[in-house]
Design a protein around this ligand. Sequence first.
Ligand code: PEP
Ligand code: MG
Length: 330
Amino acid sequence: ERDRLARLRHTPAVTLDGERVELQANIELPVDAPAALEAGAVGVGLFRSEFLFMNRNGELPGEEEQFEAYRSAVEAMKGLPVTIRTVDIGADKPLDRMSSAELRHEHALNPALGLRAIRWSLSEPGMFRQQLRAILRAGAFGKVRLLIPMVAHLSEVRMTLEAIARAKQQLADAGRPHANVEVGAMIEVPAAALALPALLPHFDFVSVGTNDLIQYTLAIDRADEAVAHLYDPWHPAVLQLIARTIECARAAGKGVSVCGEMAGDPAFTELLLAMGLRSFSMHPSQIAAVKQRVLRADTRRLAPHLSAILSSENPEGACVTFFAKTGAPE
Ligand code: PEP
Ligand code: MG
């Protein structure tokens, strides 16, 4: 069994019909990078940079400290791409040192609907600029991509792209090495999934955050035990939003991946492949299980069942029925 898993690590994730699938890792800190490589990840699809900002008594990391952290993750991945998400602070990920905006927000009734992620970054332009410069500088040491969390409004997109352009200009003026990096948007607010055609021209790629997409689509607080039984990734509304996002991004020739928990759950592998997804990012421990599914899948036989599954009353049952018949596992 151990030998088999070791072999699997170096086996490229290709379906029976020859479709190449990218299985990347989600990491929280640079120290997680070796485990990602060890698991066979072909890159980091989500580096949750807020973990550098959490559990600190005192000051937040400045540009130099962040630069060192990003560079060490990039170097640890040995030339493979590293997608760094700008801080997704707020809601379930509070800061212990609070900024003035954060203090004003402390008593928000619905923090998940409040000042978090890109909203927080745009409210702290100095801090945001430091993070952007650190990421652009790390780009000089490998293939770095920049990912923006919780995008919903075009106005936020414009402000974010302006902040990136300013950060670049500052680095150029100071003669500091940096790189032009691809910029992507997390699609995790239903509005962003529905209005994707308006957002896409501004980004190089998108990554679907299913954890938040489920929370906001179903109005279920992802951290509230009392409603946890209603937190349902199989809900047809959730599946339809994911399918639309993948289809729309592909039609526009933009890269699309899924980096929420669904990407690492083998129960969804065939369905996501049927939707046209070819890039997944997950906890490193899930890569082997998802790869086994990919190796046994035939996308030409999966895809024709997609519309029936999406319009089914019971998509989970429909997946088991259809995909068992088409030679997929179980
Ligand atoms: C998500 O929302 O699916 C996601 C990947 O980001 P996080 O879980 O960090 O909010
Ligand atoms: Mg999220």
